[in-house]
Design a protein around this ligand. Structure first.
Ligand code: T5A
Ligand code: NA
Length: 210
């Protein structure tokens, strides 16, 4: 009898969308749900403001410092690179990761300042590729009506319109688009369905990709 002792790997599931589209709310709901189902899972988010790079980013987002557009772009990317090996270890140990923003945010936001999109993509090359990207689609005008909008640097209507256009250019086969204007509960159930399917495909031995 064949004994496969290798642990099946976890899934890398990313939530993306405009500011206030509901990503953080859905990430925490999904993590709780998978935990209840006994699936090993952890949450992470970018920017990760807990590191020294993350603190520079946080200060910039709060408009408390100024940085050159390319410099802040590379800091956002560095903030993902500093978590890369830990993420790989966790995935290989069977832990699924629910990630609040990833490279797509990095490219979509910086490109909206007029930086060349290919230049923006370059430093992201070699990070672990997500198995599933859930994009919460919302009109920029609708997002602007939500609580807390306008507090940080990029939360401006004109800018968010450009970000939405750039996200559109980044869509690939890993993306599932969900209407972000539905109720929290309706979105939650759609997110669950997509996540469970993804976890089961990865478990069956889908390789980890860069
Ligand atoms: N950025 C980020 C870059 O430029 N480059 C990068 O590489 C990265 C990673 C900070 C900024 O950095 C930029 C993008 C951002 O501008 P952040 O820390 O993720 O990114 O920003 P936050 O302010 O934490 O989060 P967001 O503003 O994006 O909000 P979320 O997480 O999308 O939304 P959430 O869940 O907090 O919900 C917002 C409000 O809407 C309500 C919630 O209750 C809440 O009040 N809500 C709903 N209301 C009605 N119906 C629903 N379905 C709702 N879902 C949520
Ligand atoms: Na958030």
């Amino acid at each position: 009898k064949n004994c496969h002792l290798a642990i099946s790997r976890g899934s890398l599931i990313v939530l993306e969308g405009l500011d206030r589209s509901g990503k953080s709310s859905q990430c925490s709901r999904l993590v709780s749900y998978l935990q209840e189902k006994g699936i090993p899972v952890e949450a992470c988010r970018f920017p990760d403001r807990s590191t020294s790079v993350g603190q520079m980013i946080s200060t910039y987002l709060a408009n408390e410092s100024e940085l050159d557009d390319r410099t802040i772009h590379l800091l956002f990317s560095a903030n993902r690179w500093e978590k890369r090996s830990l993420m790989e270890t966790k995935l290989k140990n069977g832990i699924s990761l629910i990630v609040d923003r990833y490279s797509y945010s990095g490219v979509a936001f910086s490109a909206s300042k007029g930086l060349n999109i290919e230049w923006c993509k370059a430093p992201e090359e070699g990070l672990i590729a997500p198995d599933l990207v859930i994009y919460l689609e919302i009109a920029p005008e609708k997002a602007a009506e939500r609580d807390g909008y306008g507090c940080e640097r990029y939360e401006q209507l004109e800018f968010q319109r450009k970000v939405a256009q750039n996200y559109n250019l980044l869509r690939d086969s890993t993306w599932k688009v969900i209407d972000g204007c539905l109720s929290l509960e309706t979105i939650e159930s759609q997110v669950r369905e997509q996540a469970l399917e993804c976890v089961s495909v990865c478990k069956k031995g889908k390789p980890l990709l860069n």
